[in-house]
Design a protein. Structure first.
Length: 357
């Protein structure tokens, strides 16, 4: 597919752009969106860029009833020299297809989708904010649109990409958050959909998140769904702990999402000479390390927040402070390195920054 084959309908009523200093996260959307349809006889077809707006779906569209939906999260940045870049988009599109495989959605041609994404970002490039901790968030997603109540994979789908200028995911920025260890509800189980980026995983976590908020905590730490003893994720992020000079992160066992920022953090830490181990880590081992004075740092990683330091954690009746409740050395170093690469302020030794415009 080439740009000339992408159908383009310009929005003749462009919106006023929001104040770049008060963006929040996911509150504003650009003037255009990408749309592509799938039917059993034609496959994926009719890639279009159209004005951003509501879509019409039949009440019996299968996404409403059986949850066939996957999504991704990416960011576009205006670099120091005025160009526009994406960060490791090949990994996002690979993960999109991995999610499609798990949810029985037809695979998408990553090259064709990438062409469409580049053109969409180009059309709405004036929406990319330039302030600190800002970017243009890209949300590709696929939903089952076939009108049918039969329990099976749908035969019709719609792929869309919407864009949102965003600031820091957490209003407090890169400052330590408080975490509540959730030992009643679970996010996912091995053999389930935990490794896929699908809406059901996030819906199942909202109840525990509400409880944590009522208790005064920012996020929940998820434990495994079988024994409820091994650490998996924190909120919707991957999680890392520095214990006795070694960085430990839960292994990808089938119930944990393979984060792009997670992979980047591992590569950077190892390049700096820190040992990084991917293995099972029980919450009991973690809290014992804290009692022994060996838990030096903890942080979450994800596209939205990049790095989210953990300052305090509560499990049952016990609460611990990590790194004195401050942002740890390696949390800050990772944040500065990843965002520096993303915005072209630092060298990119791994070739992660993809200049698209």
């Amino acid at each position: 597919m080439t740009v000339s084959q992408i159908q383009f309908t310009r929005n003749e009523q462009p919106k006023a752009k929001p104040d770049a200093n008060h963006l929040g996260f996911g509150k504003y959307f650009t003037d255009h969106m990408l749309v592509m349809d799938y039917t059993e006889d034609q496959g994926w077809h009719d890639l279009q860029i159209v004005p951003y707006g509501p879509i019409s779906l039949d009440p019996s569209a299968m996404v409403f009833h059986y949850g066939q939906e996957v999504f991704e999260g990416m960011k576009a940045y205006k670099t120091a020299d005025g160009r526009i870049s994406l960060f490791r988009p090949d990994m996002n599109l690979k993960r999109l297809n991995a999610s499609c495989e798990r949810i029985s959605i037809p695979q998408v041609d990553p090259e064709a989708l990438m062409e469409g994404i580049v053109e969409l970002v180009s059309v709405d490039r004036e929406w990319i904010p330039e302030g600190d901790d800002t970017s243009l968030y890209l949300r590709p997603f696929i939903i089952a649109t076939e009108p049918c109540l039969g329990v099976r994979a749908a035969k019709e789908y719609k792929l869309m990409v919407i864009l949102s200028p965003v600031g820091s995911y957490y209003p407090e920025g890169i400052h330590p958050v408080s975490i509540y260890v959730e030992d009643e509800y679970v996010r996912a189980v091995r053999g389930g959909t935990g490794m896929a980026k699908t809406s059901g995983n996030y819906a199942s976590g909202i109840k525990a998140q509400e409880i944590a908020k009522l208790e005064g905590f920012s996020q929940v730490l998820w434990l495994d769904g079988v024994e409820k003893k091994y650490i998996e994720e924190v909120g919707s992020m991957n999680v890392f702990f520095k214990i006795g000079g070694e960085v430990i992160t839960p292994e990808l066992s089938g119930s944990i999402l393979a984060g792009v920022t997670r992979d980047s953090a591992i590569a950077l830490l190892r390049s700096w000479g820190l040992p990084v181990t991917e293995r099972k880590l029980s919450v009991a081992e973690l809290f014992q390390a804290a009692r022994d004075g060996k838990l030096e740092e903890a942080f979450g990683t994800g596209t939205a927040a990049v790095i989210s330091p953990i300052g305090t954690m509560k499990w049952g009746d016990e609460q611990i402070s990590i790194a004195g409740g401050d942002t740890g050395e390696w949390s800050r170093k990772l944040y500065e390195a990843i965002t520096g690469i993303q915005k072209g302020l630092l060298d990119d030794p791994f070739g992660w920054r993809q200049i698209i415009l």
